[in-house]
Design a protein around this ligand. Structure first.
Ligand code: U5P
Length: 227
């Protein structure tokens, strides 16, 4: 299978170097089982810190996005350097560059591409371009809930849903301002819909079990299927 793995920037906020080893082990197990892997990293707290300072100082939105993009590339370099020989050491800065590097056969790690979107859109575009069988969104929650679990006690995890249901759930949290994106931004959803991508949302605490999760041996997270 071809797997695109989007790792939330929050994973890097933990400042835990053991997290890099978790990513490496997980990638190694996927490669050993004949899967190919692309990785997209979010900008996390570093992006939000720079965007917040910039916004308070009156810097305009496109430039704030660029700050976020560079923060996400910082996380991508951290992963690429740690993966060493397994990965291509240059982080691509556009989809064209990504495709070119993908041809080397190595793991390609990337961050943001251009303003106006989040790294979830990058992950969707990459998935589409390399004909991924599965887009895995590794985030800090266990999956997609029927309502916001931070606001509602009785929020239920949805093991399976379609993109229509997802859009209804995300309807009130969709924003296109720098640094404010939730799980998926509107453009990412559009790409997922147009190419009918299969998406699995999992907690990044389970990254060490990724091979078992995608093989169906462990049932966790939320599977989003096209309508
Ligand atoms: N960003 C972009 N374009 C991209 C990726 C990211 O403008 O292709 C900016 C957004 O402002 C985003 C921030 O909120 O970088 C950090 O990415 P993320 O962690 O929100 O995905």
């Amino acid at each position: 299978m071809i797997i695109t793995l989007k790792i939330s920037g929050k994973f890097f906020d933990e400042e835990n170097s053991a997290n890099l080893e978790i990513i490496k082990k997980s990638v190694l197990s996927l490669l050993k089982n004949e899967h190919r892997v692309a990785i997209v990293t979010g900008g996390g707290g570093t992006a939000r810190k720079y965007i917040n300072i910039g916004r308070r100082a009156g810097i305009r939105e496109a430039h704030l996005d660029l700050l976020g993009i560079w923060a996400s590339r910082l996380n991508a370099y951290l992963v690429a350097f740690y993966l060493g020989e397994l990965a291509y050491s240059k982080v691509p800065e556009s989809l064209e560059e990504f495709i070119e590097k993908w041809g080397t056969g190595r793991v390609i790690v990337t961050g943001g591409f251009q303003p106006g979107q989040s790294t979830a859109t990058v992950a969707s575009l990459v998935s589409e371009a390399i004909n991924s069988d599965l887009l895995v969104l590794a985030t800090n929650v266990d999956g997609v809930y029927d309502k916001d679990p931070r606001k509602f006690n009785g929020a239920k995890l949805l093991p399976k849903l379609n993109t229509e249901e997802l859009k209804r759930i995300l309807e009130f949290s969709q924003s296109v301002n720098a640094g404010t994106y939730e799980l998926l931004d509107p453009l990412a959803i559009k790409i997922i819909e147009r190419s009918k991508l299969k998406v699995l949302v999992v907690n990044f605490k389970n990254l060490d079990k990724l091979l078992d999760i995608i093989s169906g041996n462990i049932n966790t997270g939320s599977l989003i299927l096209p309508v």
